[in-house]
Design a protein around this ligand. Structure first.
Ligand code: NAP
Length: 493
């Protein structure tokens, strides 16, 4: 096998499409699920939708004139991803229900060996497209494992549990929770929302596209491209406030406060729903129906800390015992400590987790890591955005990957491995830029920061800067070692 791609989400699929376009059909996408889609396949909780507008949240090379709304619901996005996979006839390049158990670099053979639930595979190049928002983070609360009723993370919604008329608890108030809470509030009996930190919430400018608009997207040359570009640049402008000059976010905060005043009648409740950190420090959430839900008689906001789960109840620090029939854990994902890091072994048998524990989540251009030859990550460390579409970042990384593969094949390189000093220099520059961002200075904790408090998640600037940086493979930053007997230059010494 030439290239093994771990993960068949938006990133893995983009890589597969580009490999096929180049005529490099010696690749396989290893996917533990039974379909493409990644996080969009898994997150089928009630109300799941995207907070990036549809015409931007799609591949640039596969525009979709059929989007029905300005912001798409999850089912429409999943359908889009499956349609794109079918259009590029990629089914036969996927191994579904194939869980990667380990990926080990074999130095002598200069290959990756992957052990999977469907047997072993070796590959010259490994592409890690296993995603950031994929493994649910479960809260460490005393007694939670023995809760007497159904309990599940939002990303693994249990559709067999009928919540109608039940006493339901939602733990967490992030992007997932603000979609779930209004979606289930009118059918559950009582809903308790456990908030540790209040989120900043802005209006969601959502609407259905009219028939003439959809006609124009399909038939008027350039119209859809124009709409996409307009959305892109409107979002791109927000990078200035988030990454460079957080005080420019003040008008955003005023807008969010005005919205809260308009939507929540009770001043005491309003105070508890008001965040105490700079807007943008955590992801800014978009919702028109989350805050008003707290005016309903069957919905309660709980802000006392959870101390334990006992039998069929959640106990809070004020001593209240909240009897509960079902618990939804909207507590986020393991981003900076992905379990997949534990099963990828580079040079000297060291796992990605070991290396990250030593030097932090350093990753050159969010893609390459010293000690892991011929491996490229997609959606790797410091590629996250608070202001624009991740698909744009994915396409930029795939450009880089394609140029890397082309360079390897053109020059007959046996291995390419980023130079440690290039990686360290890159990381230092990144951290210096991040130091002034709202994510680092805004007075909150978030999943953007790792256990040492370093921001190893966000990209500190405009997304077009990332695209420019990843336009072509910079072999100078890599040790490029030729195959034995090859006449190509060894840049490694
Ligand atoms: P999240 O933003 O990490 O939110 C997790 C929530 O759970 C936070 O409110 C957190 O409180 C709370 N929490 C965690 N552990 C807890 C504990 N032990 N006790 C009480 N509360 C606890 O997770 P998410 O909502 O799943 O969203 C994750 C990311 O997914 C988003 O930032 C976004 O990038 C993406 N997402 C996107 C969309 C979309 O529309 N495109 C939708 C959903 C998700 P603290 O704030 O105090 O930590």
């Amino acid at each position: 096998m030439g290239v093994a791609v771990i993960g068949g989400g938006l990133a893995g699929l983009a890589a597969a499409i580009r490999l096929r376009e180049r005529g490099w059909d010696d690749f396989l996408v290893l996917e533990r699920g039974d379909r493409v889609g990644g996080t969009w396949r898994d997150n089928d909780y009630p109300g799941a939708a995207c907070d990036v507008p549809s015409h931007l949240y799609s591949y640039s090379f596969a525009p979709n004139p059929r989007w029905t709304r300005s912001f798409s619901a999850r089912a429409e996005i999943q359908r889009y991803i499956e349609d794109v996979a079918a259009r590029y006839r990629l089914r036969e390049r996927h191994l579904f229900d194939c869980e990667v158990l380990s990926a080990t670099w074999l130095d002598d053979a200069a290959r990756w060996e992957l052990k999977t639930s469907r047997g072993s595979i070796t590959a010259d190049i490994l592409v890690g497209a296993f995603g950031a928002l994929c493994e649910p983070a479960l809260p460490d609360i005393e007694g939670i494992a023995s809760f007497a009723g159904p309990i599940f993370p939002s990303a693994r919604w249990n559709h067999d549990v009928d919540l109608t008329g039940r006493r339901v608890a939602v733990i967490g108030t992030g992007a997932s929770a603000v979609q779930i809470v209004p979606a289930i509030a009118d059918r559950v009996g009582r809903l308790e929302v456990y908030q540790r930190t209040a989120p900043w919430i802005l209006p969601r400018l959502e609407r259905r596209y009219t028939a003439p608009e959809r006609f124009a997207f399909r038939h008027v040359p350039g119209y859809q491209r124009l709409a996409r570009n307009a959305i892109f640049w409107m979002h791109e402008a927000q990078a200035v406030g988030l990454a460079r000059v957080p005080r420019m976010l003040k008008p955003v905060e005023l807008l969010a406060r005005a919205k809260l005043r308009r939507e929540v009648r009770d001043p005491a409740l309003r105070r508890r729903l008001t965040p105490d950190y700079t807007v943008g420090c955590k992801r800014i959430l978009l919702s028109n129906d989350y805050l008003p839900v707290f005016n309903r008689p069957n919905v309660r906001l709980i802000t006392d800390d959870i101390t334990e789960v006992r039998g069929n109840a959640i106990v809070t620090a004020d001593g209240t015992v909240h009897e509960t029939d079902a618990i939804v854990l909207a507590t986020g994902f393991r981003v900076t400590d992905s379990p997949t890091y534990q099963i990828i072994f580079g040079r000297y048998g060291r796992s990605l987790q070991d290396v990250f524990d030593d030097v932090g989540r350093q990753c050159y251009k969010g893609t390459a890591i010293s000690g892991f030859p011929n491996m490229f990550l997609l959606v790797g460390p410091n590629t996250g955005l608070g202001h624009n579409s991740m698909i744009y970042m994915i396409e930029a990384q795939v450009n880089y990957l394609m140029d890397a593969v082309a360079t390897v094949r053109r020059n007959g390189y046996r291995t390419v491995e980023v130079r440690r000093e290039a990686q360290e220099r890159y990381s230092r520059t990144l951290q210096r830029k991040l130091a002034r961002s709202v994510w680092n200075t805004g007075g909150c904790t978030s999943w953007y920061l790792d256990k040492h408090g370093a921001n190893t998640t966000m990209w500190p600037g405009f997304s077009f800067e990332f695209r420019r940086m990843t336009r072509s493979f910079d072999a100078d930053a890599f040790h490029c070692r030729p195959a034995p007997g090859s006449t190509s230059r060894d840049t490694g010494q």
